[in-house]
Design a binder for this molecule. Structure first.
Ligand code: DAT
Ligand code: MG
Length: 153
């Protein structure tokens, strides 16, 4: 669906390294529509909520370090809308492990360590809906853009 939405987040390392604009630019240029965005310094409690993709990772040895890193500074959360936003968003981020993330992807261009991999993207349409509701309880903003007919068939 061209109305599919995904939750994309620039992690604290991405903010500190000045990559917020670069990441926004990639999603804009690809043709996605920005329907929500905010900068927040999240608490560990928020980051561990069942509605986040990270809830599945509780019990993994790296989980405490992941939460500490994610709560170490502000993040930029965004909702991007467009055809296959969830899957295409994941492709744009690149593989989780830096050794496998291809050049041309955000992680493949900017990250070297799995625990400092710059960005997050929802892993399924259903988890995207949960993450969007968690990070944007106020809802997203719907509006039309003039060039939709040049992006979608
Ligand atoms: P992704 O972020 O690609 O969806 P994930 O959901 O499996 O990957 O894991 C969430 C984050 O947890 C990931 O971006 C970085 C961290 N992580 C995953 N596997 C890890 C590992 N083996 N060691 C350290 N951190 C890890
Ligand atoms: Mg994940």
């Amino acid at each position: 669906s061209i109305k599919e939405q995904t939750y994309i987040m620039v992690k604290p390392d991405g903010v500190q390294r000045g990559l917020v604009g670069e990441i926004i630019a990639r999603f804009e240029k690809r043709g996605f529509k920005l329907v929500a965005m905010k900068l927040v310094h999240a608490t560990p409690e928020h980051l561990e909520k069942p509605a986040t993709d990270y809830a599945d990772l509780k019990g993994k040895p790296f989980f405490p370090g992941l939460i500490k890193y994610m709560a170490s500074g502000p993040v930029v959360g965004m909702v991007w809308e467009g055809l296959d936003a969830v899957k295409t968003g994941r492709v744009m981020l690149g593989a989780t492990k830096p050794l496998e993330s291809a050049p041309g992807t955000i992680r493949g261009d900017y990250a070297l360590a799995v625990g400092r991999n710059i960005c997050h993207g929802s892993d399924a349409v259903e988890s995207a809906q949960n993450e969007i509701a968690l990070w944007f309880p106020e809802g997203v903003t719907q509006y039309s853009i003039a060039n939709e007919g040049w992006i979608f068939e």
